[in-house]
Write a new protein. Structure first.
Length: 140
């Protein structure tokens, strides 16, 4: 794990408890999963490029791919390519036509903007959702 990935994870962790708001980009007013990623990137010194025009239900993941690649993330390709490390970004599918971003704090501990709980929360334990994409922040 790079220092940059650790800073990204720490920034995401600091946002736990922030209210949820669809298309939210400001911690004072609320964040969605894209806003969580954008704020965590900004808090560790990366000017985020974020997509617009998506809903809670969205079968098209092109915007999420642009978000990852446009903000310094690469597909996680390590000797253990499935291994999740601190600061990794995951795109999961929690339901039909539903895509969601999570930030790893540990391989089994994630920060995400939870619409049902109406706040940024922690998911502790194995993910019960299929992982569609797994990215790692470039070291520089």
């Amino acid at each position: 794990m790079s220092a940059r990935a650790d800073a990204f994870a720490r920034a995401a962790e600091a946002l736990i408890g922030t209210p949820f708001a669809l298309h939210g980009r400001c911690p004072q007013h609320g964040l969605d999963c894209v806003g969580l990623v954008a704020c965590a990137l900004a808090d560790c010194g990366i000017a985020p490029r974020i997509p617009e025009g998506y809903g809670l239900r969205n079968a098209n993941i092109a915007r999420f791919l642009v978000l990852a690649h446009g903000n310094g993330f690469d597909a996680a390709r390590t000797p253990k390519s499935g291994q999740i490390t601190r600061g990794d970004l995951l795109l999961v599918t929690p339901g039909p036509a539903q895509s969601h971003l999570l930030i790893a704090l540990r391989p089994d501990y994630f920060v995400h903007a939870h619409a049902g709980l109406r706040r940024v929360a922690v998911h502790n334990g194995p993910l019960g959702w299929p992982i569609e994409h797994h990215w790692r922040l470039r070291a520089s």
